[in-house]
Design a protein around this ligand. Structure first.
Ligand code: FAD
Ligand code: NAI
Length: 482
């Protein structure tokens, strides 16, 4: 009996302590302290972007040492790994967004957040010109500001290779608006197929969905569409569920070239069971209003009727990045992105521009993991630089002792993870000197917990966990999307 009492007491204590710390953390997140004002004596860092690289830097940097200005066309951070779940309604959009001003409010010194698109970087005069690109503009919507240091973290944009019809007719999976557009079109295809009197061939066309690109984005989107079909469509449109077709088109001989052979085989067999057709060595040549034109492995051309096309054909550098590279055309020659040194300084300018994430060309794949590690690394570089400046008399001594090891060869990759539908995920994880491959339902639970713990704020973690509980585990009366 005493044992039970002690156990009961301990359990009660843990619950009260848990609630207490939750309330404390929530209050601390909601009511940050008073911030230091802008300081003309301090150097100014201008950060372009509010994605993985920029947000990781903003979270980590000690703003007591610098004035920080952040410029991005989106005033929020988007947790991209869970974007396909928003498109299919497993998660609500707000669960994977974090307002940049929220992060800024928690810094020691006031951070200026500007919602605008940078149009030009002038590395010779150290200025950035930017513009309010939204529908509603004030009298001033275009200006130029100086910087001492620029952190260039604008990411990349979708590569369409100029293939006719892709830009105008396909859906994408890069930004929040893309997930919203895809959700709307998918819903429209289903409702139009359910329209009274629709003939059989038209129903089959409307319910044939093409996903282009067998990289991780295309795989995850196909998996999510399949889940929606299994979890919701069968219950809500039983007469249509058996007629949906998902075709994944990949130009290369296999999907997921960056994963091990074992995981590629596992994904292909899971897709086969899920009745997702994988068309390898097949290239999309044109996207039309009601069909897609394919070049088949034997080079013949086929036009296949379909309801919608989701384009996940990879990334390319943004125009502003190409323009910046053109200013150092003899040095910046890598078409994949900006060349940086081991300390993430852009090759060409005098060390005042740092570049991180998908806009750079390094030996790493363009992933969220790499961008966020580079952002955190850069925060440490800035801390060291501030230290060096304030200790000028000891500069030579310090330069030898505090120089950080370069980041370029030292990002610790946590491995690659991808959701493939049917409550299964695949993972290629670094282990000892090699990699271990893992796949299945246990990997899916690992995938869930890994992403839950990576979400930046308690609010996002709670919202995502809540949506997962409702849409995946408790099966509501109506799916989020319908
Ligand atoms: P981004 O995160 O793209 O941020 C770029 C920022 O720059 C954005 O805020 C943008 O608004 C802003 N910007 C754009 N133009 C300008 C401009 N002119 N001026 C100022 N700001 C500008 N990686 C993983 O490691 N694991 C995953 O599971 C994973 N899943 C993914 C799922 C999807 C659907 C997608 C699309 C990507 C996924 N990735 C994943 C890749 C990952 O999202 C990118 O590698 C990562 O976002 C790169 O970070 P970044 O900071 O370089 O760029
Ligand atoms: P990707 O570049 O990895 O894949 C695009 C694929 O589309 C390529 O395999 C290409 O051959 C194919 N393709 C291009 N044009 C085509 C055409 N006309 N017809 C048929 N196939 C065509 O792009 P993705 O998947 O968007 O990934 C971009 C980056 O984001 C990668 O570095 C990836 O690692 C990262 N990412 C990581 C995820 C994860 O770790 N779970 C999830 C999503 C993205």
């Amino acid at each position: 009996r005493t044992f039970i009492r002690v156990l009961g007491g301990a359990t009660l204590f843990s619950i009260v302590a848990g609630i207490g710390s939750f309330v404390y953390v929530t209050q601390a997140e909601r009511h940050p302290g008073i911030q230091l004002p802008y300081d003309t004596e301090k150097k100014t860092i201008v950060i372009l972007g509010s994605g993985w690289g920029a947000t990781s830097l903003l979270k980590t940097i000690d703003t007591a040492e610098y004035n920080v200005v952040i410029i991005s066309p989106k005033n929020y951070f988007l947790f991209t790994p869970l974007l396909p779940s928003v498109a299919l309604g497993t998660l609500s959009a707000k669960a994977i967004l974090q307002p940049t001003r929220y992060v800024a409010r928690h810094k020691a010194r006031t951070v200026t957040v500007i919602e605008a698109e940078a149009k030009e970087v002038d590395p010779f005069n150290k200025t950035v010109t930017f513009e309010d690109d939204t529908e509603i503009k004030g009298d001033v919507s275009h200006t130029t500001i100086p910087y001492d240091y620029l952190v260039y973290a604008v990411g990349a944009e979708v590569q369409t290779f100029g293939i006719p019809g892709v830009q105008e007719k396909a859906c994408f999976m890069k930004e929040l608006v893309d997930a919203e557009v895809m959700q709307r079109r998918f819903k429209d295809c289903i409702e139009s197929a359910a329209f009274p009197g629709q003939d059989a061939a038209e129903i089959d066309r409307l319910l044939h969905i093409f996903v282009v690109g067998g990289g991780p984005t295309g795989i995850e989107v196909s998996g999510e569409i399949h889940d929606f079909l299994e979890d919701d469509l069968k219950a809500w449109y039983p007469e249509l569920a058996g007629r949906i077709r998902i075709s994944l088109v990949e130009a290369l001989p296999s999907v997921l070239p960056m994963f091990s052979k074992q995981l590629i085989d596992y994904t292909e067999s899971t897709f086969k069971e899920s009745k997702i057709d994988i068309l390898t060595k097949t290239m999309v040549k044109e996207v039309k209003d009601r069909s897609v034109v394919l070049q088949m492995p034997d080079k013949s051309i086929q036009e296949v009727p379909c309801g919608m096309v989701v384009w996940a054909g990879g990334n390319k550098g943004r125009k502003i990045t190409q323009d910046l590279m053109a200013k150092y055309s003899s040095i910046q020659t890598n078409r994949r992105g900006l060349t940086v040194d081991d300390h993430l300084r852009m090759a060409g300018p005098d060390g005042s521009i740092f570049a991180i994430g998908d806009c750079t060309s390094t030996s790493y794949a363009p992933t969220a993991q790499v961008a966020s590690q580079q952002g955190a690394y850069l925060a440490r570089v800035f801390a060291q630089m501030a230290k060096k400046e304030s200790l000028e008399t000891k500069l030579n001594q310090l330069q030898q002792s505090v120089d950080l090891e370069g980041c370029n060869g030292n990002c610790q990759l946590d491995g690659s993870l991808a959701y493939i539908g049917s409550d299964k995920a695949i993972a290629d994880l670094p282990f000892a000197n090699g990699n271990i491959a893992s796949a299945g339902v246990a990997t899916y639970l690992f995938w869930r917990s890994a992403y839950l713990s990576t979400l930046f704020s308690l609010r996002n973690r709670t919202l995502v966990a809540n949506d997962w509980l409702i849409t995946k585990d408790l099966r509501p009366d109506s799916p989020l999307i319908l």
